[in-house]
Design a binder for this molecule. Structure first.
Ligand SMILES: [Fe+2]
Ligand SMILES: [Fe+2]
Length: 192
């Protein structure tokens, strides 16, 4: 399935708003890939499909994850919406014919982040935050930071995400903490 066919299929399954968001993430990911010398087509496709599992009703996420053999941790069990990321990778493969493991992993990690991310994984995580329809205090600053320094932008995005999760009073996914710690330690080591 090529990009156009995948977009056509996705447009049937997602709400208009979420489909527009997906196109925004796709274009923003392509721009970041061009800026940092990454594969533009992979970034475009990963961005397009990152939320493809939002087509699964939220009360079916746990069941679908079990069917795909995804190991669900305590946080995901309590907050199954988080599972749309790893499930998105499963659907991208099964329903959209994506075989590239780098694209699949970028989709799987787009909600939580994690340690030692590839540039493509950082690009999809950030594009989800800063695509044109996103509007929150500081989004423009994050947009320019992302074009300048992926790691600095990732740290700012992790911080933003943690603030939000704390404000909402919900559980913090351990992968977000691990990803943030990893980047902070890496930057400290590099500056010694
Ligand atoms: Fe998502
Ligand atoms: Fe998204």
């Amino acid at each position: 399935m090529d990009y156009k066919q995948a977009a056509e299929k996705l447009s049937q399954l997602l709400s208009n708003k979420r489909f527009r968001h997906s196109l925004g993430v796709s274009q923003t990911a392509a721009d970041l890939a061009a800026r940092f010398g990454e594969d533009i087509d992979k970034a475009k496709l990963a961005g397009l499909l990152h939320d493809c599992a939002r087509s699964i009703p939220s009360n079916n996420l746990l069941q679908t994850a079990a069917a795909f053999g995804i190991v669900v941790n305590d946080v995901e069990y309590r907050q199954p919406l988080l599972l749309h990321a790893p499930l998105g990778a499963c659907l991208a493969q099964k329903e959209y014919g994506v075989t590239d493991p780098h694209i699949l992993k970028a989709i799987a990690l787009h909600t939580t982040g994690g340690r030692n991310l590839s540039n493509l994984e950082k690009i999809i995580y950030l594009a989800d935050f800063i695509e044109p329809s996103r509007d929150f205090p500081g989004v423009d600053k994050l947009r320019s930071l992302a074009l300048d320094d992926l790691d600095a932008a990732m740290l700012a995005a992790y911080d933003q995400s943690l603030h939000y999760v704390i404000e909402q009073g919900v559980l913090i996914h351990p992968a977000t903490i691990e990803g943030r710690n990893y980047l902070l330690l890496q930057r400290q080591n590099n500056s010694i």
